[in-house]
Design a protein around this ligand. Structure first.
Ligand SMILES: *Cc1c(COP(=O)(O)O)cnc(C)c1O
Length: 399
């Protein structure tokens, strides 16, 4: 009998031929600014550990203490018996931080987005969504079976066209955007979209995965950054990026959160965080509130790094945040660039189709507050040298 999974083997072979097959790089140290991957010490520009909290002693200590006191696991889903006092404390803490009525924590940002969109909409409803929104939003939209209307990236006028066309159509309307876009590092059109949501009676939702801990006072996100307090109905954030641990959360009205307690499927059907995770997140929020200088350092490092790349003729695309793509063009070239950089001591991931559109492949870098300018200077020098050798600077000039 032929192997019924042989088509997978064929697909893998195609990717190898195309140069887009990716082996997993294995991290053998903590997630440090200079880290060990695959037996090599490299400048680590591939994490989302914006504030360097992933190995912060206070978080690690909080984890150990919680594990000793409450054990390794919670034992159940939240709605059965897996709601621990630490989960409730974390939710109260985040709600206070974000200045909203209530908060629910999910196992991941992915679960928060997909679980929320799928829970609050039905097939009779409509979603108006930025074309570059994150996969977890797209999956939530699909799971909800609501009708999906995609507007051009950050194009509020196009979003308005969609809303206007739906004005007489029954069903709820959800307007949704990433706060910061994960592949380009540009900021969503939240102020304009919020105004549209108000004008057309739509629900406004923002996914602040890359804005949490990065934008707004003490990292409160895009709603704070744009001073839109009380006007965005649903704010999603992640605990897996700047917060340095794992998880996602939804902030909004008390009734929204109570509804999600009853209907969000990842909340109902998947076990809650180990107590250590909740404790580490609580410690991280304490640091966000007490040490805003970490965020300042993140931004000054970002300016330093991007300026250095520009001075070497490299394009960082549309980036307005610490997410710094270095535009390359073709996917195979991006992966080759990434591999060559790794050999020279810099780890930055190559990203191509289907994660980004054809012809817009790039390596994606993120500096953190933990990098020093010395280390970043070294990274700039290596990136510029390898890019030149591979003709990448010339490629951008030709465009
Ligand atoms: C990373 C990311 C998520 C998912 O967050 P996790 O906590 O890693 O599951 C959701 N939305 C966006 C925009 C992201 O970049």
């Amino acid at each position: 009998m032929p192997n019924p999974l042989s088509y997978l083997t064929d697909q893998l072979e195609n990717w190898r031929q195309a140069g887009t097959y990716q082996r997993l790089r294995v991290l053998e140290s903590a997630c440090l600014p200079v880290a060990n991957f695959d037996g090599r010490e490299v400048i680590h520009l591939a994490s989302n550990n914006y504030l360097g909290l992933a190995d912060h002693p206070k978080l690690v200590e909080a984890e150990c203490e919680a594990a000793r006191k409450y054990g390794a696991g919670s034992g159940a889903v939240r709605t059965i018996s897996g709601t621990m006092s630490l989960h409730m404390e974390l939710e109260r803490r985040i709600a206070a931080f974000k200045n909203v009525e209530a908060c629910v924590v999910f196992q991941s940002g992915f679960a928060a987005n997909a679980g929320t969109v799928a829970a609050i909409l039905t097939p009779e409803d409509h979603i108006i969504s930025d074309e570059l929104n994150h996969a977890s939003i797209i999956d939530g939209c699909r799971l909800s079976k609501a009708k999906i209307h995609v507007f051009r990236h950050r194009d509020a006028a196009h979003a308005e066209e969609k809303l206007a066309a739906l004005a007489d159509t029954p069903g709820r309307k959800l307007l949704i955007t990433d706060g910061v876009f994960s592949m380009d590092g540009d900021i969503g059109a939240l102020p304009q979209l919020t105004e549209l949501a108000e004008r057309y009676g739509a629900i406004m939702m923002v996914d602040d995965a890359h804005a949490s801990g990065v934008l707004g006072r003490n990292g409160r996100g895009t709603v704070d950054h744009f001073n839109l307090h009380g006007r965005v109905h649903i704010q999603v954030g992640t605990l897996s990026k700047a917060v340095g641990v794992l998880g996602g959360y939804v902030c909004g009205s008390r009734d929204l959160i109570e509804f999600l307690y009853h209907r969000a499927r990842p909340f109902l059907f998947s076990t809650s965080h180990p107590p250590a995770v909740a404790a580490a997140c609580i410690a991280a929020f304490e640091i966000l509130e007490k040490e805003p200088e970490r965020i300042e350092k993140l931004w000054s490092n970002t300016r330093f790094f991007q300026k250095g790349l520009h001075e070497n003729g490299l394009s960082t695309g549309a980036s307005e945040t610490p997410i710094t793509p270095i535009m390359v063009g073709e996917a195979a070239m991006a992966h080759a660039f990434s591999r060559a950089l790794f050999e020279e001591g810099v780890y930055a991931t190559g990203i191509g189709y289907p994660t980004v559109p054809q012809g817009k492949a790039r390596i994606r870098t993120i500096v953190t507050a933990a990098h020093t300018e010395d280390v970043l200077s070294r990274a700039i020098e290596i990136i510029a040298r390898v890019a030149k050798r591979m003709g990448i600077v010339a490629h951008m000039a030709a465009n």
